[in-house]
Design a protein around this ligand. Structure first.
Ligand code: AMP
Ligand code: GLY
Length: 421
């Protein structure tokens, strides 16, 4: 099978390394991929959102199966285009990807089907949003842009001024473009956060091992929100009791709701959860694998990923036994100085072998390129250093030890991954 993986980050590197383990997979193309991915897949320089270009490439190479990893091509309908061209694809349709593509859609879905989430109101008028905030007077308040905003469309406002500024920035100044034409204002939830990725063919849902992201840039959960600075799996707060509760009150009701709405979800559904004192609630859905959650979840997967993806596509996930290792995994991100704001790229990376790896751990490349015969930085998040262990401490120690041996100008990382709630 010739497989095309669309995307270019650490998540895509993790998907590709896992797909390579399948005896059925003979060749992998990555578009656009990155420097580290070039050691294990053939790259095609096509933008992840270029549906026509991607489809033409897939036809030219007679691709047998496509995996669309990032949110934006899915929300734009790349999955539908591939399926219409007869190329079996892992990734939801455009209609199903709205579960991530529109927060107004997903919040209304949860309300309609009684799925626990933060209470909320939606607005398409700035004055009405401000009047609501003033009438409520409850802080912190959470202000969310409706559409995709590179993971930055959520503002947690500590007081009325911050909340009104957030509304104005989104709806008036359009800092997230059209994504901010509609907004959601919702209740602030407290509790540990848990990420659960699940395979689903629209009828059967199989949760993967749970994980925990660390979204803020700096130690002590300080600094700006990032795409994620490190992950661990399993998530220590996700007990089997909470898992059972999630299955009954959130996971199964969600896929049933999507089916009833005529938008059956097939692919990887990501549940961003808050374990509150009133039970688990949904913070957000994503229509795809998380990044960097995938970098700790997939290394623990024992079952052939390609077979699972085919079964999801064919609607026979119920026939597959999906197994995970009982080990723990930790991923520490090395980022460019300045990320998630302005940063420089093009710095050579010291400490990697010719394939961009280090013995004893797996280095998932997120933002690297090959330059003058070596690896160099090309993005905000640069590398994800993943290690496994029989305990979380063992995994973290291995990952941090390996991180010490890797250097580039301006590199920074958090030192409390897995050690903070
Ligand atoms: P999102 O982009 O939806 O993942 O949100 C980014 C982060 O904002 C989440 O990971 C949470 O830490 C936080 N967040 C979002 N919604 C809420 C909420 N209702 N209450 C508390 N924190 C939230
Ligand atoms: N790590 C969070 C996300 O993938 O959205």
């Amino acid at each position: 099978m010739k497989v095309l993986v669309v995307g270019s980050g650490g998540r895509e590197h993790a998907l590709i390394l896992k797909l390579r383990e399948s005896p059925k997979v003979t060749k992998i193309y990555a578009a656009p991929g990155n420097g580290g991915i070039s050691a294990v897949a053939e790259l095609a320089d096509i933008k992840a959102t270029d549906i026509d270009g991607m489809l033409a490439f897939a036809k030219e190479k007679s691709i047998d199966f496509a995996v669309i990893a990032p949110d934006d091509p899915l929300v734009l309908g790349m999955g539908d285009a591939f399926e219409a061209a007869g190329i079996p694809t892992f990734g939801p349709s455009k209609a199903a990807a709205a579960i991530e593509g529109s927060k107004v859609f997903s919040k209304n879905l949860m309300k309609k089907y009684g799925i626990p989430t933060a209470s909320y109101e939606t607005f398409d008028d700035e004055d009405a949003a401000v009047a609501y905030l003033k009438a409520q007077g409850r802080y912190p308040a959470v202000v969310k842009a409706d559409g995709l905003a590179l993971g930055k469309g959520v503002i947690i406002a500590a007081d009325e001024k911050e909340a009104c500024d957030a509304v104005h920035a989104m709806m008036g100044d359009k800092i997230f473009g059209a994504s901010g034409s509609h907004i959601v204002i919702e209740e602030y939830l407290e509790g540990p956060e848990v990420s659960v990725l699940a395979f689903t063919d629209g009828k059967t849902l199989v949760p993967m091992v749970s994980s925990k992201d660390h979204k803020r840039a700096f130690d002590g959960n300080k600094g700006l929100n990032t795409g994620g600075m490190g992950t661990i799996a399993p998530n220590p707060f996700y007990t089997s009791e909470i898992a059972a509760q999630c299955m009954e009150t959130i996971f199964l009701p969600t896929i049933e709701a999507m089916r009833k709405e005529g938008r059956p979800f097939k692919g990887c559904l990501y549940f961003g959860l808050m374990v509150t004192k009133d039970g688990p609630k949904v913070i957000e859905y994503n229509c795809r694998f998380g990044d960097p959650e995938t970098q700790v979840v997939l290394p623990l997967l024992k079952t052939d990923l390609f077979e699972i993806m085919e079964a999801v596509h064919d609607g026979r996930l119920g026939e597959i036994q999906v197994e995970f290792s009982s080990q723990c995994a930790a991923c520490v991100i090395l980022a460019s100085g300045g990320y998630p704001q302005k940063y420089q790229t093009g710095y050579p990376i010291a400490g990697l072998d010719g394939d961009g790896q280090v013995p004893g751990v797996t280095i998932y490349h997120a933002g690297t390129k090959r330059q003058d015969g070596q690896f160099a930085t090309s993005g905000g998040r640069v590398l994800g250093i993943t290690a496994l262990g029989d305990t979380l401490d063992e995994a973290l120690d291995k990952s941090y030890k390996a991180a010490e041996g890797i250097a580039f100008t301006g590199a920074y990382r958090r030192s409390d991954i897995g050690r903070i709630c």
